[in-house]
Design a protein around this ligand. Structure first.
Ligand code: C2E
Ligand code: MG
Ligand code: MG
Length: 687
């Protein structure tokens, strides 16, 4: 710029340059320009570069221009035209300008073409690289073991890979343009897919297990990942689904699960699974209440069998025993093999902890028959220990330990038996079992008796009937009262046979009294719930009447208020049918069962029997007095005869009579008596 400018100057002289100073000007310009550029581009100190480097560089650049300009001006000298030619050793300005323009132009051209060349090379390289990636991606798409499916925003299938075809059985041409619904198995409901789409649209991603259907109809599990690809506005443009068939994986998992939780020899749950089930059962019971029992069973003398017949036989024996134990239990109970010849049982939903004894007996019985193992018949027994939740332990470990301790007691007391961890329970259950056995024996062996208690007309004092009351004369324990054994008889079902026996005995007594003494009264018989519930009760009654040639009104059936209140209409229907046959019915223990007055009106009964509990404190207790007076009035207004039980004193009798009660029964008149004594009592009174 400087030299061209100098040449362009119009003057009457020619410019000449001193070559040495010209070189100095050039040097000054180049060195300072380089310095300025380096200040601008190099990190001298970040702070200087940040704020001041621009200014410093500009200053240096200014210095470069100024230095160059002044040095160049200094190198110039002006001569007249005519002397110019004579001056030698100086530089001609035109020549200098041309050289400077040419060199600058060349430099600019060089820099420009170098820049373009570098850019071009860069683009080519990147293109080259992108192509590689594409080819790799295509190859991965087709060779990956995972099925891939790409859809558009409306879930229309755009492309699938080869693995898709291997897994689903559909060729690409069969599914393009369809939606993934073609693969639906029907195993997931609408909610499942709705939740899937909600997550996918919200987060752009979904992952989980899905059951799909192959072209051949087979349903299979797959692990599915779906990603949404969004356009620049964020709206989903494509969905890419990646899935893997995990049928094999599932099968392996199940097999591992089985191995981890079941005993390989017997197929029963193992100790681990037993622990888990017990844990869950306890959780349930803590929430909803109830009783639970854990039993530990140890085979007696298994070692002898194993040693004498060999281990393969021992194994077969264990398998057979496992089957028998499982068969003796309900499906919902768990029997597990703890290891060796030890088993364990969980019993849930017990009404009463003592009921576990019943199951223990069943288990003992299930091994009573010898087991046939490969031509040998082996007889093994088992010792059982029972622990109850919550009495014997609060968690599974404590319960198993308690049951184990109890099991050792069974071993010590002769094996082939069971023990509760709680010795009281063992005692109570034993007593119960003894009683049950005794009761069966009593029924067969003439140990039952019916005693009779008179019922009296309160106004006249005349005997108008008798209640038959059962007694058990146990050869060892002596006389046992019904409250001690009737509940057990009801639970075990023995009450059916016992009830029939009482019915016949009472009917026979009624017949004898009619025939021998002309006593045409009713004999009252207590009936238990299970007798009525069985459904064929009226046959029993008709048989008892027919067998003794008695008219229907010779018998009265007493049913407790509690039973009437707690039982379904069909039980009442049975009572109604009996009554239609002419048989009398009474509500026993009236006042203890909370029957509503409205309900009372519809009951198929003839007589109300006021419970002893209300009579006991008459006439002193004002509440009882009021209740009894009200019941009598109510009974009368509904047309029922009213009888009071448990009348022990004259004051009670007088109060009842004054309140309008028709009849009474109690120690004041006579306690229940054996038949002969009862007859003597009545005849004495009649005299
Ligand atoms: P229940 O039907 O209410 O019988 C009345 C009970 O009160 C009888 O007791 C009787 O001995 C007693 N008793 C009678 N008068 C008096 C008295 O003045 N004071 C006192 N403190 N008690 C008196 P028992 O014979 O022990 O019978 C008890 C219960 O056993 C009966 O109550 C009845 O529910 C049931 N029962 C008796 N025999 C049979 C039967 O053959 N079958 C069925 N299913 N249950 C029976
Ligand atoms: Mg009674
Ligand atoms: Mg009663």
């Amino acid at each position: 710029m400087h030299y061209v400018g100098m040449t362009a100057m119009r003057m009457n002289a020619q410019v000449r340059y001193d070559p040495g100073l010209f070189m100095l000007a050039l040097l000054c310009a180049v060195v300072l320009a380089i310095a300025a550029l380096s200040i601008r581009s190099q990190p001298v100190a970040s702070r200087v570069r940040g704020r001041w480097s621009g200014a410093v560089a500009a200053l240096v650049m200014g210095g470069a221009i100024t230095g160059m300009h002044y040095t160049a001006m200094f190198s110039a000298y002006f001569v007249r035209d005519e002397t110019a030619r004579a001056v030698t050793g100086s530089l001609d300005p035109a020549f200098l300008a041309t050289i400077v323009i040419l060199v600058s132009g060349l430099l600019i051209a060089l820099v420009l073409s170098a820049t373009v060349a570098v850019r071009y090379l860069d683009v080519v390289q990147r293109l080259r690289r992108a192509n590689d990636e594409l080819r790799q991606a295509a190859s991965v798409f087709d060779h990956t073991a995972e099925g891939i499916m790409v859809t558009d925003a409306a879930a229309k299938i755009l492309s699938v890979n080869r693995a898709f075809t291997w897994v689903t059985g559909y060729a690409a041409s069969e599914v393009l343009g369809q939606t993934p619904k073609v693969l639906g198995s029907g195993r997931h409901d609408e909610n499942f897919y709705r939740a899937l789409w909600a997550t996918l649209l919200k987060t752009g991603h979904w992952e989980g297990e899905v059951w799909n259907r192959r072209k051949n109809g087979e349903i299979y599990p797959e692990l599915l990942t779906i990603n949404a690809i969004r356009d620049k506005h964020g709206a989903p443009q494509n969905f890419v689904a990646l899935f893997r068939d995990i049928t094999q994986l599932k099968r392996t998992q199940e097999e591992l699960e089985r191995l981890a939780h079941f005993d390989a020899l017997t197929g029963l749950p193992n100790r681990t699974l037993l622990g888990e089930r017990l844990h869950h059962a306890l959780d349930r019971i803590r929430r909803s209440g109830g009783e639970l029992a854990v039993m530990v069973l140890d085979l007696d003398g298994f070692k002898t069998v194993n040693d004498s017949l060999g281990h393969p036989t021992g194994d077969r024996l264990l398998q057979a025993i496992a089957q028998r134990l499982a068969a003796a239990l309900r499906a919902e109970d768990t029997v597990a093999r703890l290891g060796g010849d030890e088993f364990a049982v969980i019993l849930e939903d017990l009404k009463h902890g003592g009921d576990a004894a019943e199951v223990a007996r069943k288990l003992l019985l299930s091994l009573a028959e010898p087991v046939d193992v490969g031509g040998h018949s082996a007889l093994v027994t088992v010792s059982i220990g029972i622990a109850l939740y919550p009495e014997d332990g609060g968690d599974s470990i404590a319960l198993l330990k308690a049951a184990d301790t109890a099991m050792y007691q069974s071993k010590q007391t002769g094996r082939n038996t069971f023990h509760f961890h709680h010795s009281d329970m063992t005692l109570a259950v034993r007593r119960r079992l003894d009683m049950e056995e005794g009761l069966r024996r009593a029924l067969e062996g003439d140990e039952l008796e019916v005693w009779y208690q008179p019922q009296v007309d309160l106004a006249s004092g005349a005997v108008i009937g008798a209640e038959a009351l059962l007694r058990w004369r146990d050869p060892r324990a002596g006389l046992i009262l019904p409250n001690e054994f009737i509940p057990l008889a009801e639970e075990t079902g023995l009450i059916i046979a016992i009830g029939d026996w009482v019915l016949n005995a009472a009917a026979a007594a009624a017949r004898r009294w009619r025939e021998q003494f002309g006593w045409h009264w009713k004999v009252s018989i207590n009936i238990a719930g299970p007798q009525i519930e069985r459904g064929d009760f009226h046959f029993s009654v008709l048989r008892a009447l027919g067998g003794n040639a008695l008219p229907a009104e010779a018998l009265e059936l007493e049913i407790t208020e509690t039973f009437i209140m707690h039982n379904a209409d069909n039980a009442l229907e049975v009572v109604r049918q009996l009554r239609a046959l002419g048989i009398k019915t009474a509500i026993d223990d009236f006042g203890t069962g909370y029957s509503s007055l409205a309900y009372l009106k519809h009951l198929p009964i003839d007589r109300l029997k006021i419970d002893r509990g209300f009579v006991k404190d008459l006439p002193g207790d004002r509440d009882d007095a009021a209740i009894v007076a009200a019941v009598i009035a109510l009974g009368a207004s509904l047309g029922y005869t009213v009888i009071a039980e448990g009348v022990e004193t004259e004051a009670q009798r007088d109060f009842l009579r004054r309140a309008g009660c028709d009849q009474g029964q109690g120690y004041l008149f006579s306690p229940p008596l054996p038949m002969a004594e009862f007859e003597a009592w009545v005849r004495e009174r009649e005299r």
